[in-house]
Structure formats: C-alpha cells, structure tokens
Design a protein around this ligand. Structure first.
Ligand code: IMP
Ligand code: MG
Length: 175
C-alpha cells in the first residue's frame, strides 16, 4: 500500500486567493488594528501568508485546541491545549483557521472568546467544507469552498504529516 497526494488547489491558486482576501480584510479594517488569532497547528501557514499581505497594523496570538485524534472524524469534545498569551479585551479579533468542517471548533471558540469582551470577533478560514456542517457557523472570509474530501497541505495534516506541502491535496491510498 502506498499513499499519493493528488493536487486539489495549487500553490499559485492558493496564494492568489490569499492576496484577494487580504486586500478585502485591509479595506474592511481601514483605520483599525487587527488582532490575529491563529488556531494551531493547522492555521499557522495560512496565518503567515495572510498576515504578510495585510496592510493595516496587526498583532498576533496563538491558541491550540483539540477535537481530532489521529483519525479524520471530529469528536465534538473540544479542549483548550494552549491558552492565548494576551487578553483580547477591546481588540478587533480575527480568528484564522485552516478549515471549517463540522463547525464545532469555531463555534466553541467564538462562544468562549466572546466572553472576554473583544470589540469584535470575525472568522477567516482558508477552506470550508459546507456539506459537513453540523453546527450553524459561517466564516466572514473564506478562501475556498471544497467538496467533502479529506485534504492535507498548507498546514493541514493527516496523522501529523503533510502540513508542509505548499499546496492543498487529497491523500489517495493505492493498493
Ligand atoms: P470542525 O470542528 O469539525 O469544524 O473541525 C475543524 C478542524 O478539524 C480543523 O481545524 C482541522 O484541524 C480538522 N480538519 C477538518 N477537516 C480536515 C481535513 O480535511 N483535513 C485535515 N484536517 C481537517
Ligand atoms: Mg485546525
């Protein structure tokens, strides 16, 4: 058995779309400062590429949550594995995620962070799998809607591998 990764979105396509979304964010937040919150580990590649292209001032913080083991199904049981370093009170928070799947992770996060008195909370995701949604949650900025396939690359893993691929791909198992 061997694994092969089929390219779904090339590096060029992904980067071109991040350019567009970063432009939109820079316009929407003109005159303000954005506090980017990255959901580790998957969001980290996207966060860096996005942050480099945003033209308003940004600060950044990181949080780690767990809802997945090494499989491909969400457990729905979300835990904070790493807390934020700084308070978000009075900040314009933009959560940066790799993918919205069932929506459980983001809905938990929005509820939890909402209690901490930020000025605003918005969501930005690289990928969205709308067909898989269990909880009603909608990102303010979405780079790509994709079909219900398990994807890797650009921060996304399969059992902790493939995060470093510079494109988005689908893992195919070959006999
Ligand atoms: P949700 O809580 O079901 O929306 O799951 C969100 C998290 O599950 C994401 O932040 C990813 O870490 C992980 N995830 C969901 N779908 C995929 C996928 O296709 N590939 C890799 N990770 C995924
Ligand atoms: Mg994630």
């Amino acid at each position: 058995m061997s694994e092969k990764v089929r390219i779904l979105l090339s590096e060029e396509e992904v980067n071109a779309k991040i350019d567009q979304v970063a432009n939109q964010i820079s316009k929407d937040y003109e005159g303000k400062e954005i506090h980017l919150l990255c959901v580790l580990k998957g969001g980290v590649f996207f966060m860096c590429e996005l942050a480099k292209r945003i033209t308003v001032p940004v600060s950044m913080d990181f949080m780690a949550l767990s809802s997945y083991g090494n499989g491909t199904e969400s457990s729905g049981n979300i835990k904070v594995k790493k807390e934020l370093d700084e308070s978000i009170e009075g900040k314009e928070v933009l959560i940066v995620e790799d993918i919205v799947d069932s929506g459980r992770t983001l809905s938990y996060l929005v509820e939890e962070l909402g209690k901490r008195n930020p000025t605003s909370i918005r969501l930005c995701t690289l990928l969205d799998k709308p067909e898989r949604r269990v909880v009603d949650i909608h990102a303010d900025y979405t780079c790509f809607e994709i079909p219900d396939e398990f994807v890797v690359g650009y921060g996304l893993d399969y059992a902790q591998r493939y995060r470093n691929l510079p494109y988005i791909g689908v893992v195919e198992i070959e006999e």
